[in-house]
Design a protein around this ligand. Sequence first.
Ligand code: GLU
Length: 357
Amino acid sequence: MCGIVGYIGNEQAAPIILEGLSKLEYRGYDSAGIAVREGDSEIEIVKAKGRLKALSDKTNSGQTLLGSCGIGHTRWATHGEPSEENAHPHCSDDCCVVAVHNGIIENYQELKEKLIKKDYSFYSGTDTEVAVKLIDYYYKKYFGNPIDAINRSMVRIRGSYALAVMFKDCPDEIYVARKDSPMILGLENEEAYFASDVPAILKYTRNVYYIGNLEIGKLQKGQITFFNIDGDEIQKDLTEITWDADAAEKSGFEHFMIKEIHEQPKAVSETLNSVLLNGKINLSKAGLTDDDIRDISQIYIVACGSAYHVGVAAQYVIEDLARIPVRVELASEFRYRGPLLDKKGLVIIISQSGEDC
Ligand code: GLU
């Protein structure tokens, strides 16, 4: 899960969004994208694989994307390879609904099959495109009410998400919703912001709203309105962020290491969520059946640096629980030394950065 940032106000949105995304770069990502519009003009989408700089270069630091309303995303692929096609924002075929998403839609396969039966086509390998088309489906079915469409989709979707949606028919409005993925909203005079983490918007505002699970926020110039899953308006209090920019990057913790230690329960549950099917671990997406798993004779864990130490910890746990011998190998040596691999062996490669070892 990486970053999302959005803005609506009197300034140009793209440079603010690109700057916000750059503050979230430390979380790692594989691609980035942005959608911007001015008033009721077409929503313009630009995406790029790789560093945020590639997106920034494509848009001349945001200068070529004109509009005061927009959403942006840095992606850490969970479903579908890192590519420009899979980068967010994703949109419905007629660009009626455009959205970015952090998180994982667990039941995306089942929802996708239902939508295909309703004549929807899919062009990416992402779970996100399914959420976007589900919102589009309800939006059209129930006569163009964004809150209603998002609420109906939230009832259907299982998993975690911080979603930001623009509707072609609703100029100067951005809708956001979340469940189990972080999101904050900021307000300052005529400007409204959202982001997955405080540092992205701290330069512009210290006044934030925290949005709860299964709640919706509607952002307009200088105004944010909240709704519950029944579509009823709810009231929230603004909170003032008192940390300085440096502390905010660490969510108020003294060091990144302490922050990451506190994030561990969430990181573990999100990792498990990606392989859960109906509440049970299912590795079929990784091409492993139960029989394949029973057949494993030897496990090789290949990793570098701190990921190597994770491998050593995993070795103790796996050998203890599964009674299968585990070897932990340094990735930098592994590829050069012609290792003797058992045909029924399983190789697990760990990369904390997401890069090739
Ligand atoms: N699951 C989505 C994808 O793979 C979102 C990943 C993210 O949080 O960046 O595109």
